[in-house]
Write a protein that binds this ligand. Structure first.
Ligand code: GLU
Length: 414
């Protein structure tokens, strides 16, 4: 099953339960725009390589499209469509005035020089410029993209229109219109919903064991905040180089320092035993946080998952078949587009700050983020109990309802 088909399966389940109008159901199931671009990039050795990229806008009923851009060799249009679809529900469930978009380029950025990466980024952005803009569609970082890449995007657009346009992308460096707290935001959002879920389940977080798959921006910040602010023990982490575990819990600052000095990977970290990425998912822990890529918990391994609570830091880490198995096992899952909405929430704050050229203090960003995430969690939990369903379906119901109301109020043009 393709990723978009999996996403639709989740959506139709919710649409049925909430008895969504069949006309609206079809409108909201389809992406509004799908753009595929093939573009040449001059490589350092003088050759020219043609790359393929995408930008999809799923829905813009509640505001401009919003969503990241990922660089990965396995990016497909199907994947980008699914990710744009989830962005629509993500923005709706936390109540920020955006629709859903996503982009991607088929590339392994670790094989490019810095100059090649810059030329690729600038050319890709100019190719999708017919769709993006501060009032149309606002990209941001995602897998393998970062503030540096956002700076090139912002500059490319600004050079083209002849003046600086901060709010055409979010996730920028602080010095050029980024927001305080944006880098940690997705991890902080994961931390907030983990705390809310633990409270609901009656789980004591002091000393609770946590396994995290992925030690990039989301995984490492979630690890740091869960351990330093809530007293959790981070007993296992992994990345593309493999995993490590330590019953006593890792010193996350030390681990981050090691990663940064070790080519960006945790492989070889002395203070732990090595485990595989696959083993990490089935460890006997209180909380499991998949924060890497999609489709990692499947019908094959779901039965073996032993965590009591799963917080999806990544987009789409659990397949629909696995979801059912986990539910039957009584595992409480905080779904991706709720759990990882902290990033886009602070992107919203960054967009607002950029439009006003007025910048907030870190305390204000954090306070506002906590408030948004707590409120969204409470609304979804209430809906979950009302419909006697799972948290994912409840999150869809809350989000679909908001997009459906906006669509009905605006009407179908002409
Ligand atoms: N790429 C992130 C996500 O999947 C952030 C998107 C944004 O900030 O626009 O939610």
């Amino acid at each position: 099953m393709g990723l978009f088909e999996s996403a639709l399966k989740q959506y139709y389940k919710a649409a049925k339960l909430m008895d969504l109008d069949p006309n609206l159901r079809e409108v909201l199931a389809h992406p509004k725009r799908e753009l595929t671009v093939h573009f040449p990039v001059k490589m350092d050795d003088g050759s020219v390589h043609v790359f393929t990229g995408y930008r999809v806008q799923h829905n813009v009923a509640r505001g401009p499209a919003k969503g990241g851009i990922r660089y990965h060799p396995a990016v497909t249009l199907d994947e980008v469509k699914a990710l744009a679809f989830w962005m629509t529900w993500k923005c709706a469930v936390v109540g920020i005035p955006f629709g859903g978009g996503k982009g991607g380029v088929q590339v392994d950025p670790s094989r490019l020089s810095m100059n090649e990466l810059e030329r690729l980024s600038r050319r890709y952005f100019s190719e999708i410029q017919i769709m993006v803009g501060p009032d149309e569609d606002i990209p941001a970082p995602d897998v393998n993209t970062n503030p540096k890449v956002m700076a090139w995007f912002m500059d490319t657009y600004s050079m083209d229109v002849g003046h600086t346009v901060l709010s055409v992308v979010t996730g920028k460096p602080l010095e050029i219109g980024g927001s305080e707290g944006r880098l940690e935001a997705t991890g902080r959002g994961v931390r907030v919903v983990a705390e809310e879920a633990a409270n609901y389940l009656g789980m004591d977080l002091r000393g609770a064991s946590v396994a995290i798959q992925g030690f990039g921006n989301v995984g490492s910040h979630a690890a740091k905040l869960l351990s330093q602010e809530l007293g959790c023990r981070i007993v296992a982490v992994s990345d593309i180089s493999g995993g490590i575990c330590n019953e006593r819990g890792f010193d996350i600052d030390e681990l981050i320092r090691y990663r940064d000095e070790n080519g960006g990977v945790i492989k070889g970290y002395p203070d732990g035993e090595s485990i595989s990425n696959e083993d990490l998912l089935t460890l006997d822990v209180d909380i499991l946080i998949p924060a890497a890529l999609e489709n990692v918990i499947t019908a094959e391994n779901a039965e073996k998952v032993r965590a009591r609570l799963i917080v999806e830091g990544a987009n789409g880490p659990i397949t629909p078949e696995a979801d059912e198995i986990l539910q039957n096992k009584g595992i409480f899952v905080v779904p991706d587009f709720l759990a990882n909405a902290g990033g886009v929430t602070v992107s919203y704050f960054e967009w607002v700050q950029g439009l006003q050229w007025y910048f907030w203090e870190i305390e204000d960003v954090r306070k506002a983020l906590h408030k948004v995430m707590k409120k969204a969690f409470a609304t979804v939990l209430k809906t979950c109990r009302y419909y006697d369903t799972d948290m994912r379906t409840a999150a869809y119901i809350v989000a679909i309802e908001r997009v459906a109301v906006a669509t009905k109020l605006r009407g179908i043009y002409p």
